[in-house]
Write a protein that binds this ligand. Sequence first.
Ligand SMILES: [Zn+2]
Length: 297
Amino acid sequence: MSLRNIHGIVAAALLASCSPGKDEAPSAAAPEPAEAPAIEPPPPPEPDWAEILRDELTLTSAPDNSQLIAALTGDLDPAEDEGFVLLPASLSAREGLYTRTETAEALARMSEAAAADGVRLVVLSAFRSMGDQRRIWNNKWNGATLVEGGALPETVPDPKQRALKILEFSSMPGTSRHHWGTDVDFNNLNNEWFDTPEGARVYDWLNANAASYGFCQTYTAKGPDRPAGYEMEKWHWSYMPVASKFLAAYPRLVGYFELASFEGAEEASKLSVIRDYVGGIAPGCITGWPPHQPNPE
Ligand SMILES: [Zn+2]
């Protein structure tokens, strides 16, 4: 029997217990009614996150979840996708950066407000496809891109440790929030820059104002509140009104089967990257935004 059917039966029982005949006051002759056993109210049914995300993305055509899984894992071309727009030059450091339309509109509102306060927000990176992320990942894995000055096959030969080293700042292909078109990197990809006078002005402005435009810093300092996931990234901000729906749908639609087409992919499940990296974001970015959802399991 499904949980929903159980809820239906419990609800029916509750309704029956409230029927008019039982509401009459007991007559004087009637014995004191025994104390009714406490009935736990049924928990609300879990929202259908796939359907919520499907509505958000106005996807109607595919009979299965393939379009949703493609959207969750960045397996799409934003130039061919109606949900995406190019960011204007005024917002970005280079041409060809895409976000989802709602993200771009919120970015425009926020950067205008920042400019009025004398702060220039520059988007360095926005949507990245699974293919983009595969190149970034494989180049680090193979040593074509140096990590901390070294080629990882030599400096970190153990596959698990090598994956963990890359995961300090780079996502496994298919797991990046940049796949969703909701997340952007601002101004500088070094945390130290945000301690300079110019960087601190940008970061202070974002901390004071970004939430009112829907943006949240997902990769805050690691600690008891955020024990797992990427290192702190002061530059990475997420448009939560849309991203929260992606996050809620992700673990229900994407499994390790989908995370297979890159070097070292067999480490993904061993490292629980869906739970610890997709889900390893600042708690305030999970609980502070609708829809409320549990962390990915
Ligand atoms: Zn980022």
